[in-house]
Write a protein that binds this ligand. Structure first.
Ligand SMILES: [Zn+2]
Length: 79
């Protein structure tokens, strides 16, 4: 899990690296530098450096790849 502390309200929350990796892939930018995490408490946007999450993202790279494929296949008749 990627631990984030909201810059505004100091609330701590966790990000699932698989989810983050998937969101990053959806972005238009090929090498996004930041991920925008929305604080669950105050809804402020926290910019998380992708470089800081690199290790977490690399650790689940296969999983991110798998879910991305899964999503792409969802349009063609999912059960
Ligand atoms: Zn907050």
């Amino acid at each position: 899990m990627i631990h984030v502390t909201c810059f505004k309200c100091r609330r701590r929350f966790d990000l699932d690296p698989v989810f983050v990796g998937r969101e990053l892939r959806k972005l238009k930018a090929r090498q996004p530098k930041h991920y925008q995490a929305v604080c669950p408490a105050c809804h402020s946007v926290n910019k998380i450096s992708v470089g800081e999450m690199r290790k977490d993202l690399d650790a689940v790279a296969d999983e991110i790849e798998a879910t991305a494929k899964e999503q792409a296949g969802q349009s063609s008749g999912k059960q």
